[in-house]
Structure formats: C-alpha cells, structure tokens
Design a protein around this ligand. Structure first.
Ligand SMILES: C[S@@+](CC[C@H](N)C(=O)[O-])C[C@H]1O[C@@H](n2cnc3c(N)ncnc32)[C@H](O)[C@@H]1O
Length: 232
C-alpha cells in the first residue's frame, strides 16, 4: 500500500512539473537578461586622422601679426554690403579678415549661403567661432585661422573685404584668379588701379558716419595694364 501511494505521488509530481502553471512559474523566476554593457569606444583610424589633422592645422596656423587691426563693420553696413552683392543661397562667401565673424554669420542667417571667415588673429578666430555657435549657423559657416595672402580664392562666389587700400591692392593677384562673375565688395576702401562697377555712399544708423561701399565683378582688370599685342 505504501509503495502504491509513493508511486502515485511520483506520477502526480511529474504531471505538475510539465503543467502550464509550472512553466509560467519557471519562466518568471528565470534570471532577467543582463543589460547590454556599453562598449568602449574603439579608436578608428578616422578618429586618429581627425586628431592628427587638427594638430597639423594648429601647426600650420600663421603666427605673425595682423596687417590691420580689428574694427567691426557696423551691422547695417554689413547688410548693405550683402545686398549689393545680391547673395544667393548657392553662393560661397569668403570674408578675408573676418574679425568677430559678423559678415559670415549674417550671410548664412539671412541668405542661407555657405561662408568661410578667415583671420590671422587667434582671438578673432575664437570670437568668430563663438558667434557662429551662438547663431547656430555651424552647418553653413566655417572659420579658418589663415593668412589671407596665402589663400586660393577660386572656389568663392562672393568676397567681402574691410582691410586697407594697400591690402586690397596686395590682394589683386589672388583676385585676378577668381571665377568670372564672382562679386567683390569692400567696406570703405577702394582698390587702386581697378575701377569699381559700383560705389555707394551709405550713412550708418549705428555710428552716424557715412561709409563708402565698393563693388567689383570678376574678372577684374587693372587700369593701365597694357593689352597684350598679338604679333604675327
Ligand atoms: C578691419 S577688421 C574687419 C573685420 C570684419 N571683416 C568686419 O568687416 O567686421 C580686419 C580683420 O582682418 C584681420 N587680418 C589682418 N591681417 C590679416 C591677414 N594677413 N590674414 C588674415 N586676417 C587678417 C584682422 O585680425 C581683423 O580681424
């Protein structure tokens, strides 16, 4: 009798073990899956190249003094300069000596074009970068620590200047290589020997001063430059 009841108990236990109740219980008590551990960021060659290229950029940065001190163009004069060159969304604008970055930031914000600001002074580069960040135009605007006299300007469609008359003249060889149709606009200073297409007097509400804005279109021609005489 005892053997029989033991056998019955064994059968009952076996049946209980495969019953849905037991399956559910066993699933509930299963250890929870371990959360995926955060993989350590693997340094890729691209990461390394990025670091290297930043270091290379730093090493290549100019160390000499600016050719002209920073004086900002009043904001309403910036607006007038950009209006005169009729900036388009598809343009690439270069500001040669970008100061606090106001021209490149305004061009990107107002016209949605791409722009690069170049300056030789690390302090101005810092200010320009902060200006770009503050105005959230980082997708359109780049700031580069470069000497403007070392630049290849051939990719630009618009060039903005606020330098000095002598520096504008020094830029002529680079400006002569611009793509035809590229517009050049200069605040207050002309370019001796190169006749502007337009010259506008504009009184700023910011400083109540009259400013002159000059406009040229590439290809620029130096006055007095003798046309090559074709000889046969
Ligand atoms: C008069 S500020 C004009 C700033 C800005 N474009 C504006 O209109 O408000 C001239 C700027 O040119 C920069 N600069 C002077 N010589 C330079 C050079 N050789 N290369 C690059 N930047 C230069 C100065 O640091 C300064 O920020």
């Amino acid at each position: 009798m005892r053997r029989l009841s033991g056998l019955l108990l064994a059968i009952l236990l076996a049946a209980f073990c495969v019953s849905p109740v037991m399956v559910a219980v066993s699933q509930e008590t299963e250890a929870p899956p371990k959360p995926a551990t955060k993989k350590a960021k693997v340094k890729t060659p691209a990461d390394a190249a990025g670091k290297d290229s930043k270091e290379a950029e730093k090493a290549a940065a100019p160390t000499r003094k600016p050719d002209v001190v920073f004086v900002p163009t009043p904001q309403d004069v910036v607006d007038k300069m950009l209006e005169m060159v009729a900036v388009q969304k598809t343009d690439l604008l270069y500001d040669l000596g970008c100061g606090d970055g106001r021209i490149v930031v305004t061009a990107a914000k107002k016209y949605g074009c791409k722009a690069i600001g170049f300056d030789i002074d690390p302090k101005r580069i810092e200010e320009s970068k902060q200006n770009v960040e503050k105005n959230e135009v980082g997708k359109l605007v780049k700031i580069e620590h470069k000497d403007i006299f070392t630049l290849d300007l051939s990719k630009a469609n618009v060039i903005t200047l606020y330098l000095l008359p002598s520096l504008n003249v020094k830029l002529i060889p680079q400006l002569q290589k611009l793509k035809p149709g590229t517009r050049i606009v200069s605040h207050d200073f002309d370019m001796e020997g190169v006749e502007p297409e337009q010259e506008v007097k504009f009184t700023s509400k910011v400083d109540s001063r009259q400013h002159t804005i000059y406009l040229w279109k590439a290809p620029i021609k130096k006055e007095g430059a003798k046309a090559k005489v074709e000889k046969d």
